[in-house]
Design a protein around this ligand. Sequence first.
Ligand code: SF4
Ligand code: SF4
Length: 484
Amino acid sequence: MTTTEHQAKPVKKLTLKFFEGPDAPAEEDMYKCVHCGFCLQACPTYIQTGLETESPRGRIALMKAVNEKRVGLSPQVFKHWDLCIQCRACEAVCPSGVPYGNLIEKTMVQVERHRKRSWLGRRLTNLILNNILTDQTKLTALVGTARLYQQSGLQSVVRKTKLLKLVPKGLFDMEQSMPYIPQPFFAANGQTVHSFGEPRATVALLSGCFMPLFHGPQMRAVERVLSRNGVTIKVPAGQVCCGAIHSHVGDLEKSRQFARQNIDTFLASNVDAVVIASAGCGTRMKEYAHLLKDDPEYAEKAAEFSAMVKDIHEFLVDLPLIPPQGQLDYTVTYQDSCHLSHTQRITSQPRQLLNSIPGIKFVEMRDSTRCCGAGGTYTITQPDFSRRLLDRKMDDIRTTGANVIATANPGCVIQIDYGTKRADMPLQVKYVTDLLDESYRKEPRKKAAWKEGLEPGSEWEQREELRAKWEERGTDRRHQIGKH
Ligand code: SF4
Ligand code: SF4
């Protein structure tokens, strides 16, 4: 090559990308951080790695560096934000009030805007986020197919053969961690469940997207517990996913669309409160007011709506709860779901409910507020790290000697349930409301109802009793079907 040819070769210009547009992280939020480091020991990724870049302070410093155009948006930078579980433990302990949740949410919008994916990666992400997860009918069909694969015996056959060794690692991991999918699904069809006895309140219940499919029986337990406490429950048709998953992966616009539809649907149902049984969804819906604060049409309605949202545990304690009478002989520990403890700051109510159940011996777990590694799509996007956090959590659970772990979020239930299989632990994973339901169903019902002047044995109640027994038998098969 001659010198002239060499000089003629075009020099590739490096164009750096920075935060841009209305969904850029707010400067006033990031510059609240004074680098004190109080948040470091609360951060699971920092505890695990000991690296400043994997800490809240490090991640905020990176946001500032991009904001000041000292560092451009690139895959090297993204990986530190991607490793964040968005558990918001740092936000709960920060003395300067840094709203880390808002910061990382907006940062992920910027990351998604500039992330380069392969053609296949783009199509798959689009299919899952904008097609399947936005349409409950399609999601139901997909989970229904997975349930058929699991319960027809095909899963056992596939696992016994070496077929799974041929699929990509990501798919293999997903198959291995697939939770047991019980019958039947729960659905929001506009049904009303009447209170047991004189109504004390009327509420609307969020069905959600994953919980009614993976935990249908547990959703019905929620209905029974509310009904037993004198609450009439409406489950409005037209409600959609809360939008938490979309915000988690940087699609705030889709999250806003869901929020608007839910606000219209739930406000039209004319109830005293909107009750949420999933901690992650509760957080998202309590934050609709913030999410839509700049929307001239919805800002006011969103504030009204968010004020009506109650987590099921806080709602039951405030009612107050009719103490259950049925004896349960369990030693129970409790995992604080991140979105209940760090964001909604609800920690005492689930414990109060557990302690109200006769026969339960409650034992605290070390670091019960440390994330179990579930976190939105974290189990799929960061499987290795998610498992490291899970294994650590299982060690903490083991030391309590409990035979039941209670929690308050579908992601945590699925993750810890997977942990019991990995660690081969004889542990039952339940929602707090499952235990309340179990205790209520053990009550000498006619006598209790007579004492309270209530009308026992309604048609709905009898049907629910039968259904609960049937579902319990189905759930007992979990260990045989899901075991590998
Ligand atoms: S605790 Fe708050 S102010 Fe201190 S380093 Fe962490 S985020 Fe910054
Ligand atoms: S959200 Fe959780 S993982 Fe992310 S920086 Fe804060 S404490 Fe760490």
